[in-house]
Design a protein around this ligand. Structure first.
Ligand SMILES: NC(=O)c1ccc[n+]([C@@H]2O[C@H](COP(=O)([O-])OP(=O)(O)OC[C@H]3O[C@@H](n4cnc5c(N)ncnc54)[C@H](OP(=O)(O)O)[C@@H]3O)[C@@H](O)[C@H]2O)c1
Length: 319
């Protein structure tokens, strides 16, 4: 079969022949239909992710650990956990029996690959208990997950949505999909702090944070009052780290601000996860929630892997 094959740590996967997977006891072969290539796949392949050793400890290997495909009986499923060296970026892969879930009718496999990113937007409800009318700030709103979070916040009934990015043209697109106010983070620290303060109205209720690093450090500093007040809490949900893996958190940021910081996994249980997924599927089926994908053939993987022009669209490889 054809596959995208990684031969060296930090290398670029190459389109080439690879032995077909043979299922062992308790395994099933999946015919792959669509695979989203995300930052995490690239960071793993670069050898700089904590899971790099697990996934690329032995080379050659086929990258990507989940995707959409069909079972031998034709059922369309989302699958995960391919047996190494098999990964998702191939015509076929092999996974443990049961390591898949059916994709509902009417969902394009390429769109199905992006629904997980939309579910991170549902963390405003599952992690932060969002109620309609609240003000939501999306940090990193020009990205794939951030744009979906803006759309999800709008669909959930946010009162006001503030969105950040670092490119004015893309921020205008984010305004067009539902943000009321946009902030460019590519300015001086002082100017960014002022922008956060000016846009907060009577306070940010929920922050969905795909950035961390400098912009979120400045945000947290901005939320710290200069004198004691009975401010309303701001619930910050940590989802991603596009702007940095760490930040300096002053004690007073938590002591006097009413800021609460949660991981996106807070509040997740099979039930809340199922409800969030069901909601995203319903919106996708009704067309209320749209997904921007850039489909490319597997044969184009070398060029596609290095693309930096996607601007809010998810790269989806269609073998
Ligand atoms: N926990 C989960 O389940 C989950 C799921 C999906 C994503 N994530 C995480 O969420 C983050 C975003 O994912 P994504 O797929 O939306 O990525 P993406 O499409 O690449 O978007 C990244 C966003 O961060 C911005 N950004 C990148 N580097 C920056 C920097 N140095 N300073 C300031 N802004 C910067 C980008 O701005 P530009 O548009 O200007 O490039 C864009 O708004 C990643 O950390 C990802 O791993 C987590």
């Amino acid at each position: 079969m054809k596959a995208a094959v990684l031969h060296e740590v930090g290398g670029i996967p190459r389109y080439e022949d690879f032995p077909d997977p043979v299922p062992g006891e308790g395994e099933v072969v999946i015919e792959v239909l669509a695979v989203a290539v995300e930052n995490v796949d690239k960071v793993i392949a670069a050898g700089t992710h904590y899971a790099s050793e697990k996934f690329i400890g032995h080379l050659p290997v086929i990258p990507a650990f989940d995707g959409i495909g069909s079972l031998p009986d034709g059922t369309l499923v989302g699958f995960g956990h391919p047996r190494l060296p098999y990964g998702a970026l191939a015509e076929r892969t092999v996974v443990p029996e049961g390591s898949y879930a059916p994709i509902p009718d009417g969902i394009d496999p390429a769109v199905a690959t992006v629904m997980g990113s939309a579910i991170t937007g549902m963390s405003v409800k599952t992690a932060a208990g969002f109620v309609p009318g609240e003000t939501v700030l999306v940090q990193g709103a020009t990205g794939v997950a951030g744009r979906l979070a803006v759309k999800v916040a709008r669909l959930l009934g946010a009162g006001r949505i503030v969105a950040t990015g670092r490119d004015d043209r893309q921020l205008e697109e984010v305004r067009a999909i539902g943000a009321d106010t946009v902030i460019n983070t590519a300015v001086s620290d002082e100017a960014l702090a002022r922008a956060f303060a000016d846009a907060k109205g009577d306070g940010y209720d929920v922050v969905v944070d795909y950035l961390w690093g400098r912009p979120t450090e400045i945000l947290l500093r901005t939320l710290t009052p200069e004198s004691f007040t009975f401010g309303k809490p701001t619930r910050v949900i940590q989802v991603g780290e596009s702007a940095g893996a760490g930040l300096a958190l002053a004690a007073e940021s938590l002591r006097t601000s009413g800021v609460e910081i949660y991981g996106a996994a807070k509040g997740l249980s099979p039930q809340t996860m199922g409800e969030a997924y069901g909601q995203v599927v319903a919106w996708a089926q009704s067309g209320e929630l749209t997904f921007e994908v850039e489909k490319v053939p597997l044969s184009d993987i070398e060029r596609a892997w290095q693309r930096t022009d996607l601007k809010g669209r998810r790269l989806v490889v269609v073998p």
